[in-house]
Structure formats: structure tokens, C-alpha cells
Design a protein around this ligand. Sequence first.
Ligand SMILES: Nc1ncnc2c1ncn2[C@@H]1O[C@H](COP(=O)(O)OP(=O)(O)OP(=O)(O)O)[C@@H](O)[C@H]1O
Ligand SMILES: [Mg+2]
Length: 443
Amino acid sequence: MIKGYDKYSFGKKLSEVVSPARPVFSIENLIGRSDELNRIEKALFSSGRNVFIYGERGVGKSSLAATAANQWQSSDAEYLDISCSPDSTVKSIVANIASQAINTKWSSSSIVTEQATVGMKWLSYSLKSEISPTDFSTRITGLSDAIEVLKEVAAIHSDVPIVVVDEVDRIASEKEIDLLADLLKQLGDKRIELKFIFTGVGATLNEILGAHRSAIRQLETIELPRLSWDARWDIAIQALSVFNIEIPRDIYVRLAAVSDGYPYYVHLIVEKLLWILFENERMADKVTWDDYFSALDEAIVGITAELARPYELAVNQRSQDYEEVLWSTAADEWQGAYLSDMYKQYKNIMSQLEEKKPLSYEKYSSRLRNLLKPEYGEILKKGKKQGNYHYREKMLRGYIRMQAEANRIEIISKEAEATIKNYIRVPAKNVGYHRHKSQAPRG
Ligand SMILES: Nc1ncnc2c1ncn2[C@@H]1O[C@H](COP(=O)(O)OP(=O)(O)OP(=O)(O)O)[C@@H](O)[C@H]1O
Ligand SMILES: [Mg+2]
């Protein structure tokens, strides 16, 4: 039980404080990104400059973009919000921006809208004929049309209009990326005050924009790292404190470690944790290890199939020794890990399992190499150096860590040991809790 809440009011409040399935859009809920927000603010002040946020999948790009846009969009309108798809073009993006700008105007009042668009070639036309963004986009014949449309958008939308263009990396055509770069340059040259915040998934800007980076001068590029340790636990502490629940340091440090810096995992575990506390018989005021491990089990079950599937493929093999091999890959550094180091981790893991014998180095290596294959979930890919491996999808590492931890296996990364004073080891032996084997995704 949680004091002062029935199920309905609890569920409602909970969705305000944790949101594993949607980006954060308010400054109170965006944790650990004040430096980035600061840089974005300065860029937006500077005429002709726009922002590009890039980073690994799931680190919080859309959240940063949405929060920044909410912060700096003037209060007379909502910011404009565009999502890219593989077939997005500059024309389709511009048409969508125009149609959103017009729609927000319409919803205020048609007289205001009509007045605002007097003398406008593009937007008044679209208003009268009520055409769809797709039709609108076919009328835009070239870059100069696009610029004019955006000029009109900037004039009617609001005092300080901001446009978020999410997931630019999804645009398949390189030609369109080139055009987008040209568009930004010309917007700057023509002093059209429409500010863009782009996001893209990728480790480097080159990966997203290719060699076509002529617009680089117009862009403030922000590489978004994983969340820092204190931001990770601040999310948990803050969410729990809304319900007057305390979380001991030992537990929040473990939670931070297991999340691997991905806010998604922190949100997911805390959401499950709060439901468990709510449904407990006793009145909850403090998180226990039992609560934490139950939440971890439920978080694993609730994880998106996209992440769970490769894990299942890898462990559902005839020989029943892949799961420990998989866990041993999860202690690596962000930059990838060497086979010999992973084998050390593996031996450390096996020493925690009394009933199992470790594989020889040769057998271990061959299992590990199998993890490169699609039929084993394609967990890893080869690094540039001999014997070095990376995750194909970095976010998987957090999932693998959660699995290991739910099995009471302690994985200690060098990063954790180096960063956290009095690093807390998982109290496997003294919690007196046994994992239900049925939850392990073994065949
Ligand atoms: N700074 C933050 N503080 C608290 N929660 C955050 C923060 N950043 C992101 N989140 C949460 O983490 C999850 C993932 O965030 P978001 O969708 O912004 O990531 P993303 O990088 O855009 O992911 P993708 O690459 O999948 O589009 C969401 O649940 C969001 O609520
Ligand atoms: Mg996103």
C-alpha cells in the first residue's frame, strides 16, 4: 500500500512521474541534461543556428529535443513536431510543418487565421483549398518554394517558432539530406527566424549525415552520452519521493548499474517497483531488496520484444551454456571488449554458480563467436582490432545485465568500480530470495 492513494489516483500519478514508453517533455522530469539544455539555449539565441542532437538508440534524444522545444517555443503556440520516415523528403517535411502551423492557427479562430494569412501565397492558398500535406508537398517544386513556405510559417505561427525534426537518420535518400543542408543554409542567409532541433540515431554525425555536411556551420551538434550515475539514481529517487518512499543507497546504486545509463531501463524498473509497493499488504515507506528484485523480474518480462528476442535466440540453444557466456559480455566497456577479458568475467560468473562447471577457453571462444550469427541473435559484432567485440545494439547490454542480476549474478564493470565509491555488490547470498526458474527464457 502507498499512503493516500487509491488505484486510480496512483496509476495517474505514476504515469506523470515515470514514462518508459514516451519521451520526457518537461524540465522537471528531464534529469541530468542541464549542460546540454544550456548549449541548446545559446545556439537558439544565435541567428541562423540550429541544433542537431545525436547519440545511441534510447539515450534520451527525443526527450531532450522535446524539453528544449517546450522551453524555448514562445507561449503563444505549441512547437512544431515532425517525425521522419524512410521516404521523408525536404518537401514532405516542409509540407508537414506548414500544415501543422496552419492547424494550430485554425484551432484558435478562423478570423484570426484569415487575417494572419492575408497576402500569403502559400499558406492562404492551402487554407482555402484545404489540401492535405501530400498534395501540398507536390506543389512545392524546389528549394526556393520551400524557403518561402517556411518564411510564411515563421510569420504566422508564433513569436519564437521552434520545429523538432525527430529521427533524421531514417531518411533513406542521401540527396534529401543534401537538400536539407542547403535548406538550412538558405534559411540562415535569408534570416528566416525558424529554429530547428533535429535528432538522429548514430554514434557519429558522419554516420547520420554522411559526407554531406555543408550545413555543419549552421548546426550546433550535441552528442548525447548515456546518463551519468547520479542522473540515473536521481530519476529513481525523485519518482519514489513523490510517493514519500525512500530507497536505500545500496539499492539505487545497483539500479543505476544495471540500467547501464539508459533512462528507459530506470523508468521501467521504477514503474514496476512502484506497482509492487502499491500492491503490497504492508504500508510502504522504504524499498527493500525483495521489492527491487521482484521489480527487476517484472521489468524483464515487460521489456520490448525488440530487445528480448536476440537474448532468447542466444540462450535457446541445444547446449545449455550460452546464458553465462552472454552475461560475461555485459561487463565490457562502452568501447567494446576483448575476448580474454570477457573470459575472465565468465570465470568470475561461473564461480558464483555452484552447480555448473566453466567451459574451457576454446569452447568459450567458439560460443562467443557464435553470438555474431543471426541464428544466435546477432548480439555481437567484430571490432576493428583482433579479438575485440562490440554489441550490435548497445542497448542490449542493459537487458543482459538485468537478466544476470535477476539471476543473482553479479557483474562488475570497470566503469562502476572506478566511478562509484564503496561500490555495492549485489547481496546475492543474504537476501534469501530464489529466482523462479520459469522466468528464465530458457527453452
Ligand atoms: N534526461 C532524462 N531524464 C529522465 N528520463 C529520461 C531522460 N531522457 C530520457 N528519458 C526517458 O528515457 C526513455 C527514452 O527516452 P527517449 O525516447 O527520449 O530516447 P531516444 O534517444 O529518443 O530513443 P530512440 O533512439 O529510441 O528514439 C523515455 O522513457 C524517457 O521518458
Ligand atoms: Mg527518439
